[in-house]
Design a protein around this ligand. Structure first.
Ligand SMILES: Nc1ncnc2c1ncn2[C@@H]1O[C@H](COP(=O)(O)OP(=O)(O)OP(=O)(O)O)[C@@H](O)[C@H]1O
Length: 423
């Protein structure tokens, strides 16, 4: 068959991986990295048989030895190859890109199973990736969004990551707690790592543009206790109460004279509250000074039905419950500023605890707030659409306002499963 010569000027990286046929000892191009040197040259394709590199016959060599020849080559590299007769999916350009959000962290340097660590791409949960090649069952090629780097990298396929996760899951008993809690909320009886979105390493996403006739997206604010989530929510509603509203909470607290039923609270009996709780009507609930308080899904719906933008303040572990096609939540994580600015700006701030009415922040409070915020961000980053640093209160409020405008009016990456009926 035809033998061709391919000359590439000495690259820092060829952008291709090779494999050895153990039966015949032949060396083949295994994959060509999208956007890499070999791909851009258009001269090397997956399945090409490598005969010589710079005059050195490579048949029978180990892939490591071939790579050594490449490393030692100066100037240009001359390949002799027998082209793959049936290139099939060798041209990556005609493949339709798929967009995913990473729900886990990945580091190729810590993965002994990756065929070529240099070609691997590290990512963190929450990163948006464009998958440009899914032809290999175990290793996909992807680029990080926004497209800073033009060259793709290898990432484990969803099925590969899932089986890895399963192995890890069973070897780490602490995960069981998270699972059981999540299951309780979703009212499922069994608990298996293969069930539910908890075990999905990637979430397929698509740009979603809300149509004017559609309901407003639910705005979720979350952050460590004391960072200012409630303050920002209150200020925003005060700024424009016709546009923004919070859901009316339910409480078992007795109604005070002069308080309007269903204006500030839905006053309910303990029995009704318990009934709603067992029917999973609450996104979040808790006890304060002997009375129960809760935010219900129905109260959120009431606000949305009126065409207003509903703003809720929830703990990050409850976000998952709100991630439905109907609510399409847009999640904003409120973060403290630098240690110095945090202490400066909160000089007159008051912290509310269940023990005392309210008091000034102590150094311990600041440290706790910073630690809790870091942990939260590390654990739930993949749920955050935006991060807002709450430094100057007025500026933060304005920034929040513009984030919400963007969420409602501009295209945003959302799970494909939220927009199945849309092209
Ligand atoms: N940017 C800011 N600058 C100065 N003070 C602030 C700022 N943001 C919030 N505060 C003040 O910090 C205190 C705590 O804020 P807030 O009650 O909103 O916290 P939170 O995050 O809702 O906490 P929790 O969930 O425990 O109620 C309040 O006194 C609030 O006015």
């Amino acid at each position: 068959s035809l033998m061709v010569c391919v000359i590439l000027s000495s690259p820092p990286s060829l952008g291709a991986t090779i494999r050895k046929d153990e039966g015949t000892g032949e060396i083949f191009i295994a994959r060509v990295i999208h956007g890499g040197l070999a791909d851009r040259s258009g001269l090397l394709h997956p399945g090409d048989l490598l005969v010589e590199v710079n005059g050195n016959p490579v048949v029978g060599l180990d892939p490591e030895q071939v790579i050594q020849i490449l490393i030692n080559s100066q100037g240009t590299i001359l390949f002799k190859v027998v082209p793959n007769e049936a290139p099939g999916n060798s041209s990556t350009s005609c493949l339709k890109a798929v967009y995913i959000r990473a729900m886990v962290d990945y580091c190729p340097l810590q993965d002994a199973s990756i065929p070529c660590p240099d070609a691997g791409m590290a990512f963190r949960r929450g990163d948006l990736l464009e998958v440009v090649d899914q032809s290999d069952e175990s290793w996909w090629q992807a680029r990080k969004l926004p497209w800073a780097a033009s060259c793709a990298g290898l990432i484990p396929s969803a099925s590969r990551l899932k089986s890895k996760q399963r192995e890890q899951w069973w070897s780490q008993p602490s995960h069981v707690h998270t699972c059981i809690r999540a299951c309780e909320r979703q009212s499922c009886t069994s608990c298996s790592p293969t069930l539910g979105s908890l075990s999905s390493p990637y979430e397929e996403v698509r740009l979603y543009q809300r149509l004017p006739q559609e309901k407003q997206r639910l705005i979720v604010l979350t952050g460590a206790s004391g960072v200012g989530v409630n303050e920002l929510r209150k200020r925003l509603i005060k700024l424009n109460p016709l546009a923004f509203q919070g859901p009316v909470p339910h409480t078992t607290r007795p109604i005070r004279a002069g308080q309007l039923m269903e204006r500030e609270y839905h006053f309910v009996t303990k029995e009704l509250f318990d009934y709603m709780m067992s029917n999973h009507r609450f996104v979040e609930y808790g006890e304060f000074k002997g009375h129960l308080y809760g935010t219900s899904v129905d109260a959120i719906d009431d606000v949305l039905r009126r065409g207003q933008i509903c703003i809720v303040d929830v703990e990050p572990h409850n976000i998952q419950m709100l991630r439905t096609p109907r609510l399409k939540p847009y999640v904003i994580f409120i973060k403290p500023p630098s240690p110095e600015r945090l202490r400066e700006t909160r000089r007159d701030a008051r912290i509310i605890s269940s023990y005392s009415a309210s008091r000034a922040f102590t150094e311990d409070d600041f440290v706790q707030l910073e630690e809790a915020s870091q942990l939260m961000e590390a654990k739930y980053r993949h749920f955050f659409d935006r991060v807002l640093v709450n430094e100057d209160l007025h500026n933060s409020c304005m920034e929040l306002f513009s984030f919400i405008q963007e969420a409602q009016q501009e295209p945003q990456w959302t799970p494909v499963s939220w927009n199945q009926n849309r092209a």
